[in-house]
Design a protein. Sequence first.
Length: 319
Amino acid sequence: MQISVVIPLLNEEQSLAELYDWIAKVMRSNSFSHEIIFIDDGSTDNSWKTIEALAENDAAVKGIKFNRNYGKSQALHAGFLKAQGDVVITMDADLQDNPEEIPELYEMITAQGYDLVSGWKKKRYDSVIAKNIPSKIFNAAARKTSGVKLHDFNCGLKAYRKEVIKNIDVYGEMHRYIPVLSKNAGFNKITEKEVQHQARKYGSTKFGAERFINGFLDLISIWFLSKFGRRPMHLFGALGVLMFVFGFLSAGWIGISKLYKLYHGLPNVLVTSNPWFYIALAVMIIGSQLFLAGFLGELILRSKREKGRYLINKTTSNL
């Protein structure tokens, strides 16, 4: 069985050669058949030149270079498409993930039968205020919303069966939620493994505080998609019908009240002077719009998937 190591990166020229040597050493010592796929997500340093040099010296090294920076999710998507291994390992290129974890991750997929094994960096070397506390809040919200019981959704070190990565679509910034995407696709054998986290050796992190804001927004999106992504009419249509019926009944009540007053000779006022008239009108309009949104959602689901999410500039000759 072959292992594919998929590594997205941005401006990591200082760490690439060391990371390659470390991975290659682990693979040789365990006699693993393997490939290493580097995805250069629009680096502006010499990362691509380093990848090309590594590929020239080792046929197991393969590289993909994006035309510009598209984001980690798009890089993983491209790497997953090219990966040929029966077990796929993802890791970051900054040397904070330890390649020595690969044999045990491989064993958990092949021998223990898991679909996905997610790393858990229980002991971290990041800033407590800038990363650790927000990460704990984010992970707690993700567990509660998704039902996937992992401590560290955002850990880059993960292992997958090939069938998993070939049947999920990692888009937008959904790389944080690959376990949730996997669960939604029917791959329910998901677990985690405590892994060693290492302090960054070169450079600085490429992710700012905005990643937590984006993460929570993506969490709302994936919750909605998991609940109603395949049946938008069940949400929008139901809300639309309820609101329209409420508005219709309110308008009917106004009409009956006016007829009652006319029949009994009571003082009558214009319908438009009754605030319920405007409430009923607004609710019926909103209900109709929600119902139409459900129809549009159903039509969009039946349309073709979005193409051209990223433009590959180069690949190494062996890919």
